[in-house]
Design a protein around this ligand. Structure first.
Ligand SMILES: Nc1nc2c(ncn2[C@@H]2O[C@H](COP(=O)(O)OP(=O)(O)OP(=O)(O)O)[C@@H](O)[C@H]2O)c(=O)[nH]1
Ligand SMILES: [Mg+2]
Length: 347
């Protein structure tokens, strides 16, 4: 999964990036124009458990790839996301907007997360509007794809009303036709509220009202939390608790992002490899097989499934089997979180 961190200059994107990846990219003002890339491993007790049993050659956790976008362009007084940032964001699965809720001495503007959120929402809509308008113009002229034109014409008024495409009720066919445009407002938007260490638990009633319960910002205190990250592990929890924060920024982010994105994991086990695979909740077995390999999806025969709980309770695959906890499932089986799956296939 690729997550793009973006936001106004000086909002703390790179500090958040460092907190989430454990890297040490340069922060602070200084006219940076490059994107930082980093990977975070998603901790998973279940994978640890299976690694303990199978002692595999390789243990593979789910990963999140972060891109920390340069903030130079959005700071221009004219506003606007730079074409480079827009292009980078289009390649992401998920967008994460960093909202500044701390005083930054390098900036004139006082912190106002709602103001910044509104401005960025507009930027994203405008970027999509440009794509949609251009394409409509083209298709009206050359008549090459009437169905695509129809789908785009449904998007146009929605965007003109400053509404994101993710809230437009499109059919699966329409969504498929639009996928190639990689519209920014069709992607999930996570909000990261980067708060001041003086008031890490501060609430922002106007922001809450604007979101109306439809999105829940993930609160980080990236400045001080990156410093806490450098401490001895035994001291970390005490410092975080002092700030009223439950767990490290990375753990809180991963947990809340998985919830917001409605992601679950299934697990494959064996002596070669124990591995977690991330899928959207509701994914059927054949599609899940495609995560492992496209051949397995194509030649799918069945899925052999034991739930993590059953495996744990009985202690081994053979004992779980003997207890009747081993299931054969077909291609339409909806995979559950923690399912241990062995795919049977034929190509
Ligand atoms: N007080 C406080 N300062 C922070 C926090 N997060 C970041 N900062 C500071 O804010 C300044 C900007 O942080 P960066 O992480 O470089 O911000 P950025 O969004 O990456 O900036 P650009 O890449 O230039 O757009 C730095 O001096 C950070 O130390 C925070 O949570 N609290
Ligand atoms: Mg930066």
């Amino acid at each position: 999964m690729k997550i793009g961190l973006f936001g106004f200059a000086g909002s703390g994107k790179t500090t958040v990036f460092n907190l989430l990846t454990g890297l040490h990219a340069d922060t602070g003002p200084g006219g940076k124009s490059k994107t930082n890339l980093g990977v975070t491993r998603v901790p998973d007790d279940r994978v640890d458990f299976f690694a303990g049993i199978y002692r595999p050659k390789k243990t593979v956790y789910a990963e999140i790839h972060f891109s920390d976008m340069p903030g130079d362009a959005p700071s221009k007084s004219s506003g606007g996301l730079s074409p480079q940032v827009v292009g980078d964001l289009r390649t992401m699965d998920v967008l994460a907007l960093v909202l500044r809720a701390f005083e930054n001495p390098a900036l004139d503007a006082s912190p106002d997360p709602l103001r910044d959120l509104r401005a960025m929402e507009t930027e994203l809509v405008l970027a999509d509007l440009q794509v949609v308008e251009k394409r409509i113009e083209r298709l009206r002229k050359d008549h090459s794809s009437p169905r695509e034109l129809e789908a785009l014409e449904r998007c146009l008024p929605h965007l003109e009303n400053e509404r994101p495409i993710r809230t437009l009720d499109l059919t699966d066919d329409e969504r498929a036709l639009l996928r190639g445009y990689r519209l920014l407002t069709d992607k999930t938007l996570l909000l990261l509220l980067n708060t001041s260490e003086d008031s890490p638990g501060a609430s922002f009633p106007e922001l809450e009202e604007h979101l109306a319960g439809e999105a829940h910002p993930i609160t980080l205190c990236a400045g001080i939390e990156t410093e806490i990250l450098e401490l001895d592990p035994e001291d970390r929890d005490a410092f975080l608790a002092d700030l009223g924060l439950d767990g490290s920024g990375r753990e809180r982010f991963i947990k809340q992002a998985y919830d917001a994105l409605d992601l679950i994991s299934f697990i494959t086990v064996g002596e070669d490899e124990c591995r977690a695979w991330t899928i959207p909740r509701g994914t059927v077995a054949q599609k899940a097989a495609g995560k492992v390999h496209s051949d397995i999806e194509r030649g799918f025969i069945r899925a052999e499934v034991i739930s993590y709980e059953d495996f744990r309770e009985h202690g081994s695959e053979s004992k779980a089997k003997a207890a009747g906890r081993y299931r054969l499932e077909g291609k339409d089986y909806v995979v559950a979180d923690g399912d241990v799956i062995n795919f049977r296939f034929n190509v």
